[in-house]
Design a binder for this molecule. Structure first.
Ligand SMILES: C[S@@+](CC[C@H](N)C(=O)[O-])C[C@H]1O[C@@H](n2cnc3c(N)ncnc32)[C@H](O)[C@@H]1O
Length: 227
């Protein structure tokens, strides 16, 4: 199915959120990182400003800065309205209310847009749709991250997820996925099967992290190569 901008609801998180969601240590951030389904998050931009190495992968990057900005402006009010209507499903500790959430998300996405525009040769923002094979060599990266992409969309199914995870594990020895929730804030429907299918080839662990915004979303899945 074609990836159309009209179907995308861009929503981007910050470096601080990535650090908490993935329990990133001072050593982790020095690693060569690939972030899958990175969308309009400001993680890459903020890491780049600190002299760190992140490559972001997302089919969103086929579109121009202006088109992505327009789509963010079109959808932001609707998303914020949905969060307001479902405010009881979120933990309002680090982010105190819906207004602050909008401010944080828009600041992150504007930071992304400036950085995306500057990366005009698309060296750090790679347009690519998983689970297709990427152009990267085996173990080209040291750490893979997936924030609010893998496990979130039940409709993508078990095959999509196993193929995508196997491809990511080809290009890096460790993948961290956050949260372990689907769009309904429940366990992904194929989760047990996924663990069974991947369990024979990889070491898999579920770890609690210090980040919880969506209620119940405070765990990451860590997948490591056995070799
Ligand atoms: C909810 S957003 C998460 C953005 C970012 N990771 C964050 O947490 O702020 C999900 C992202 O997955 C991307 N995506 C959708 N299908 C994809 C695919 N087949 N391969 C890689 N990324 C995909 C979307 O374009 C979108 O940017």
């Amino acid at each position: 199915m074609a990836f159309e901008l009209n179907n995308v609801v861009p929503w981007g998180r910050t470096f601080t959120e990535y650090q908490q969601m993935f329990n990133l240590s001072a050593n982790d951030v020095t690693k060569k990182i690939v972030s899958i389904g990175d969308g309009p998050a400001s993680f890459n931009a903020e890491m780049h400003a600190m002299g760190k190495q992140v490559t972001s992968i997302d089919p969103l990057y086929q579109f121009s800065t202006d088109d992505i900005r327009k789509r963010i402006d079109e959808t932001c009010v609707e998303v914020i309205g949905q969060v307001r209507a479902n405010a009881d499903k979120f933990v309002w500790n680090n982010i105190k209310d819906v207004e602050e959430l909008q401010e944080i998300r828009m600041t992150a996405m504007n930071h992304f847009l400036r950085d995306f525009d500057q990366d005009c040769f698309r060296q750090r923002y790679i347009k690519h749709a998983m689970p297709a094979k990427t152009s990267f060599a085996d173990n080209a990266f040291e750490l893979g991250l997936s924030s609010h992409f893998l496990l979130l969309y039940d409709n993508l199914g078990l095959k999509f997820h196993t193929e995508a995870i196997r491809e990511i594990m080809r290009i890096c020895p460790e993948l961290r996925i956050f949260p372990i929730l689907n769009l309904n804030a429940g366990a992904p429907v194929f989760f047990d099967e996924l663990l069974e299918v991947l369990g024979s080839d990889f070491n898999i662990d579920i770890q609690k992290v210090d980040y919880e915004f969506q209620k119940g979303g405070n765990q990451m899945l860590v997948i490591k190569s056995k070799t």
